[in-house]
Design a protein around this ligand. Sequence first.
Ligand code: NZQ
Ligand code: ZN
Length: 393
Amino acid sequence: MENFQYYTPTKVVFGKGTENETGQLAAEQGCRKVLVHYGSGSVVKSGLLDRIYKSLDEAGIPYVSLGGVVPNPRLSLVYEGIRLCQRENVDFILAVGGGSVIDSAKAIGYGVADHGDVWDFYEKKRAAEGCLPIGVVLTIAAAGSEMSDSSVITNENGWLKRGYSSNYSRPRFAVMNPELTVTLPKYQTASGCVDIMMHTMERYFNHCTNMEMTDGISEHLLRTVMKNAEILMTRPDDYDARAEIMWAGSLSHNGLTGCGTDGGDWASHQLEHELGGMFDVAHGAGLAAVWGSWARYVVDAAPARFAKFAVNVMGVTPGSTDMETARRGIEAMESFYRKLDMPVCLRDMDIEVSEEQMRELAEKCSHFGKRTIGCIKKLDKEDMYQIYRNARG
Ligand code: NZQ
Ligand code: ZN
């Protein structure tokens, strides 16, 4: 087991009706004025936003609002949010929504605490030295941003999607009522389940040994998500299944399933982020579409690890070699994605990627030839191009 730090400062308030405690939770943070940040309308339509306002009113906390966050959240709205917070002397941001809203809130928080251009952090030109405190009311189980240290923003100038991570942005509290996720379209539920699984799988695929505890947690988490994701495909209002998925979503990305690993692989995420930037696809769906191509490209570097995954997570019967077992596991994973109506190649998402676009994706993903990605196998620009190519379908 490698040395590690495990830091989860987020207070989790989980269960039915917990959104009504939001005002009290914000008051506990000692805030004077809150920015309520939300997306493109689902929280207005469901009435959740009104309940949040009521809860803040009851706690005597003044607020201003900024809606309009879109999936693959945009830098231009982040700039608008920074200006609004500065003008209104906001000292706390409440994100009401999913990963996109939370990530946008984190970026605004970095921007308010800084005097330069917040995009510098996402370009890795500078490190943040602070962030306004963030609270979350979660409406979709997926990105895990409610407990994570990261945020991912898309810059419309060049359509670059970039992530930045620092402990400053870990939310102070996360309100998680699984009932709030019942209104999700089936596609978003499925896409979220894929993302949750991928956050553990990215960490699971490493070259470490002696990982009994972390491997056990990871494997159980993955089996739990698979079982309950299937339930939600036919019974979307099953509270217990929603609850299992929501809790798994947070544990999958708060660092728990990475304790003692070498950090994990993360190549599929890097490959997907470029798809999100260029084609605006749902993040989880994009991950499902590239994972099989990535797995087949790198499996020869760690057949035993893939075989363990195949048996312990996918429940496949072992073949005569690790490689055979590993390949069965990859196929089983793709069959599971299909059961959720998730894509297993780019064509399944109705994306026809031209030769030129595949080169551009690889250019961007390699930061124009300046970086490699992945740890199971280090991938350079040419490898990235091949994986996109094999993912075309
Ligand atoms: O904007 P509204 O109207 O709310 O609609 C959203 C959006 O269209 C809708 N939705 C959310 N909750 C709903 C709902 N519709 C009905 N009922 C509800 N209860 O769902 C759509 C997707 O929302 P979004 O926030 O984009 O989803 P998700 O949580 O999957 O976030 C995706 C973003 O997170 C980033 C992704 O790259 C992507 O940009 N990620 C962030 C991470 C992090 N910060 O730690 C890690 C992840 O790997 C990921 O990269
Ligand atoms: Zn993700």
